[in-house]
Design a binder for this molecule. Structure first.
Ligand SMILES: [Zn+2]
Length: 319
């Protein structure tokens, strides 16, 4: 088997968010250095994505909004819609590359170019809505990848698993009324965690009822309880939907050293557990077809450690 593909592009570092913003280029720098060193040792391959096309983006985003992102970023240092979505001249290309990498990662797995793929770019995507930037996100890469699998690769059903500490409100919204994408999220409880969505009672609507699973975590949930709910609630629910492909919205901000979400304080062991269990689940349920897309994670050392462990767990599965 060919080595696993990891998507990255140096222009991901050209999206500047200004002083004090947690979603800054430096958050990824140590991880990329480590991944590149180990790619040179032959453990995996680093692949440069192309930019998402208009056809990719309009799978889910409104065309006027796409133009708005381009124009706003082209205007220099500013922000789009909310103060937590700053833009700079490099933002447009970085956002296109991040979205393009997510779509390409899923396509590469479907086309048999790699057994599974990990995308490590920025900005993240899971808060981005059809025509709205939100929570550091402009285009929803994970959701676009899932939609492309349905529209272009003939899949009947795709699972999106999101363990970022924040609820992926954008992804949930895109697929709330369909039974073709099963979205499952573990996140800080909406009563205390931004963006305040992701209640357990929100389970989808119409034919989509039962195809959204929210598992909000009470403040201070311990590692054992988080792991228990992951294996006893989340994985069986996703398996029951019989997905043919797994997209992971992979965030590291529920870690105890992450500065953003103090009410979730998981240790490394829980993340390694998620990585292992998920890779094994994907092998069993959907023939190992899996693409993981980086979302949040704001402590550079944590991102380096966990991002590398995620790559190892995925590469091991195909070794
Ligand atoms: Zn997050």
């Amino acid at each position: 088997m060919e080595p696993m593909w990891i998507y990255h592009h140096p222009d991901a570092f050209s999206h500047f968010t200004g002083p004090g913003h947690p979603e800054r280029p430096e958050r990824l720098a140590p991880l990329i250095e480590t991944l590149e060193a180990r790619a040179r040792a032959g453990e995996w391959e680093i692949v440069a994505p192309g930019e998402a096309s208009l056809g990719d983006l309009t799978l889910l985003h409104a065309e006027p909004y796409i133009g708005e992102v381009r124009r706003t970023a082209g205007g220099g240092l500013s922000h789009l819609h909310t103060a937590d979505c700053p833009v700079s001249p490099g933002t447009w290309r970085a956002a296109l590359l991040a979205a393009g990498a997510a779509v390409e990662a899923a396509a590469a797995v479907m086309e048999g170019k790699t057994a599974c793929a990990l995308s490590v770019l920025r900005p993240p995507g899971h808060h981005a809505r059809r025509e709205r930037a939100m929570g550091f996100c402009f285009f929803n890469g994970a959701a676009l990848a899932a939609q492309a699998l349905l529209a272009r690769h003939g899949l009947k059903r795709v699972a999106v698993l999101d363990w970022d500490a924040h609820h992926g409100n954008g992804t949930q919204e895109f697929f709330y009324a369909t039974d073709r994408v099963h979205y499952a999220s573990l996140h800080g409880h909406p009563s205390v965690t931004w963006p305040g969505t992701g209640h357990a009672r929100d389970r989808g609507t119409g034919v989509g009822e039962g195809y959204t699973l929210n598992v909000p975590m009470e403040p201070g949930v311990d590692d054992a309880e988080y792991q228990r709910r992951f294996v006893e609630t989340v994985l069986p629910a996703l398996e029951a939907a019989s997905p043919e492909f797994l997209i992971v919205s992979c965030g590291f901000d529920a870690h105890r050293d992450d500065p953003l979400v103090p009410n979730l304080a998981l240790g490394d062991a829980t993340f390694r557990f998620l990585f292992r269990e998920t890779a094994a689940w994907a092998r069993r349920v959907c023939g190992g077809r899996m693409a993981a897309i980086l979302e949040g994670g704001y402590d550079p050392a944590v991102v380096e450690r966990l991002g590398t462990a995620q790559a190892e767990a995925m590469a091991e599965g195909i070794g």
